[in-house]
Design a binder for this molecule. Structure first.
Ligand code: MN
Ligand code: MG
Length: 658
């Protein structure tokens, strides 16, 4: 027996029991269940990441694509369609948007405080939940105080305070499982007791991702091995059904040691009736899993076991319908259906249509938290002692790129601790996302020196990318920079007023790499074309490439902090084609920047001038930027910039002496 005492549960009726009348179409299983048969519906939310309201706090505006208040609108319907149902959350609820940061960094959790996501889950009468990897981001004390408010059991089997020889003898952080005693209504309207076992898992990689909070306090076990130990014990204890809350993606179909994404592998174990998965922020069944080994999109199964993954941030409600049949003294599954219900739809013109309205009870219960979060994103959380603007990000090392670079380096350095790559030089690659171009003359980052608010971070980092680290050699590093330098037109010595930028080359593919110094020789042709194809095999624009004052040789090894888009081949960068990734972070670049600013208090993203143009005898180039750039033109380090009138479409034109 686990040493944890289970929370005593009184037997209660399923919440759907009395609701199966009215206008809602009942599910065929409820309609056709005979005497001795019953319809049990499992509903999943996963990876909510504190998205309670349909609101993007970074952009400070309402959105129709997120929010448990929206997902909740499905829940009432779905309960009404089925005679018996359970509502389960699959983890990653406590962190991942500014509301979560507000509670963790500003308001705090004292004993007795309610966390808004827990309030929202309580409002909807959740039956059970598990703990995702992100629940550990703010430390164990914060987690446990948050869970204290939960009116439902929270289970997790593979994070333990004291490991024993066998998982079932471990002292776990929270109960490994719960057996829910419920009254099940069968097809004849008769009630019967049923015992539903709920067993929880999280990726064991939390020990690396949240080392500073977890090391010395808990350890993590392999998901599949832990399940193999517990499922028979739960059956012995009388569970009629065993449902896995696996905060884990689908992954390989066979068990492998310490898998991060173990949902399909879990389905190879005997005695499991349904698997709720998550963590990957994808939808199953769905096109993401077409042809995926072990996954059957048509039947909604993993290795034959009914399974679902309900997107992220409340985007979908996952539904597994089970038709049960009385089997001696217990119940067994005789048929199943799996679906996911979205809260919004993307139209062909890319506009979004909301498919449900917000549940007013959820919003009312968390209105104060929402309003406090709005005030939080609008006020200063840190300071910058340099302006963060991107007007000249394509002509000189730039503070708006530098801060992203610094935050990534700071984070990846922590993540490399204790790995085989600890001690390798850590570089950081970042590109200006808002740098005019097709976005127009106002499309620039422009945060003055002084206070930095959370809202500003969205401006510094537009995309919800996650951090990656790749390991590359000096030759790949050089080609990565050659690829970036393709944004510039070739400039002959003595030529005047040459347009500097190739307009077909998007600024997000102009990676600046910090941690090395280099110059770009514009007299040379570009080695790569604007899509990353080879253009001039022998050409080289990158000169004087040095690391700590020493020339970079082709054999030197480096870790480069970047994002998932770049690391997995986005933009076709040499050294970043997906085969060099050594670390996949669970954290978004944006979260890392927020954490960096909050922890540093004042940031000094003064560009360090690690890259410049090499002089081109007697040449000048023209560069168009936003008119707001005029105020900063004189301060840009390493280049001579003078106004040169108006550019097209509201841009301001500058002349740069090389
Ligand atoms: Mn997640
Ligand atoms: Mg720099």
């Amino acid at each position: 027996m686990p040493k944890f005492t289970h929370r005593p549960m009184t037997r209660r009726a399923f919440l759907g029991t009395t609701a199966a009348a009215g206008l809602v179409m009942v599910h065929p299983f409820t309609a056709r269940a005979a005497a001795g048969q019953a319809h049990l519906r499992l509903m999943e939310t996963t990876d909510l990441h504190v998205h309670v309201w349909p609101y993007d706090y970074y952009a400070d505006r309402e959105v129709d694509t997120v929010g448990l208040a929206r997902t909740a609108a499905h829940i009432a319907d779905i309960r009404a369609e089925a005679q018996n149902s359970l509502l389960l959350d699959n983890g990653d609820f406590l962190q991942g948007n500014p509301m979560g940061d507000y509670i963790a960094y500003e308001r705090g959790m004292k004993a007795g405080d309610m966390h808004p996501i827990i309030t929202a889950l309580n409002t909807l009468n959740f039956d059970a939940a598990t703990i995702g990897n992100h629940e550990f981001n703010y430390g164990l004390d914060f987690l446990m105080k948050s869970l204290d408010g939960a009116a439902f059991p929270v289970v997790l089997a593979n994070v333990v305070k004291e490991q024993a020889a066998d998982p079932t003898q471990d002292t776990t952080l929270v109960p490994p499982y719960v057996i829910l005693d419920r009254e099940l209504t069968d097809g004849a309207g008769e009630t019967h007791p049923i015992r539903v076992g709920i067993l929880g898992f999280t990726p064991p990689q939390v020990m690396n991702w949240d080392r500073k909070h977890l090391e010395g306090n808990v350890t993590a076990r392999d998901i599949v091995a832990t399940a193999r130990a517990y499922v028979p014990q739960m059956r012995e204890e009388g569970a009629d059904l065993v449902v896995l809350l696996a905060h884990s993606g689908i992954g390989a179909p066979e068990p492998q040691e310490m898998m991060e994404n173990a949902a399909a592998a879990l389905a190879t174990l005997p005695g499991i009736d349904a698997i709720l998965s998550g963590h990957s922020h994808l939808v199953f069944p769905g096109p993401a899993y077409d042809g995926f080994a072990g996954a059957d999109n048509a039947n909604g199964t993993l290795n034959g076991v009914p399974a679902v993954m309900a997107g992220f941030w409340g985007s979908h409600l996952g539904v597994i319908d089970l038709l049960l049949e009385r089997d001696g003294s217990g119940w067994r599954v005789v048929s199943h259906e799996v679906e996911t219900r979205p809260i919004s739809r993307r139209e062909e013109d890319r506009s979004i249509t909301a498919l449900v309205e917000s549940d007013p009870d959820v919003q009312e219960a968390t209105r104060e938290d929402h309003e406090e979060t709005l005030a939080y994103v609008r006020r200063a959380v840190g300071k910058t002692d340099a302006p963060l603007h991107s007007y000249f990000a394509l002509v000189a090392d730039d503070p708006s790129v530098q801060i992203v670079s610094q935050a990534q380096e700071w984070y990846v350095r922590q993540m490399m601790q204790g790995t085989e790559w600890e001690g390798l030089p850590i570089l950081s690659a970042a590109a200006p996302f808002k740098a005019g171009g097709r976005g127009g003359a106002e499309y620039y980052t422009d945060v003055p020196a002084g206070d930095v608010a959370i809202k500003n971070v969205a401006d510094l980092y537009l995309y919800p990318n996650t951090v990656r680290a790749v390991k590359i050699n000096g030759a790949e590093l050089r080609d990565w920079l050659e690829r970036s330098a393709g944004i510039f037109n070739q400039v002959e010595p003595g030529s005047e007023d040459v347009p500097l930028i190739n307009p077909d080359f998007p600024s997000y593919n102009f990676d600046v790499i910090d941690g090395v110094t280099y110059r770009i020789d514009l007299t040379q042709p570009s080695k790569f074309d604007s899509k990353g194809g080879m253009l001039n095999e022998g050409a080289s624009r990158i000169v004087d490439l040095e690391h700590e004052g020493q020339p970079v040789t082709p054999e030197m090894e480096f870790i480069v902090a970047t994002n998932n888009y770049r690391a997995s081949g986005g933009g076709s960068f040499p050294g970043a084609m997906g085969d060099t990734i050594v670390f996949e972070a669970p954290d978004t670049n944006r979260d890392v920047i927020v954490r960096y600013i909050v922890e540093q208090g004042t940031v000094s993203p003064r560009a360090d001038g690690n890259w410049t143009f090499a002089p081109v005898e007697g040449a000048t180039v023209l560069f168009d930027t936003g008119p707001g750039g005029a105020a900063y033109a004189a301060e840009v380090p390493g280049v001579q910039i003078e106004p040169a009138g108006d550019g097209p479409d509201g841009f301001a034109r500058f002349r740069i002496g090389l």
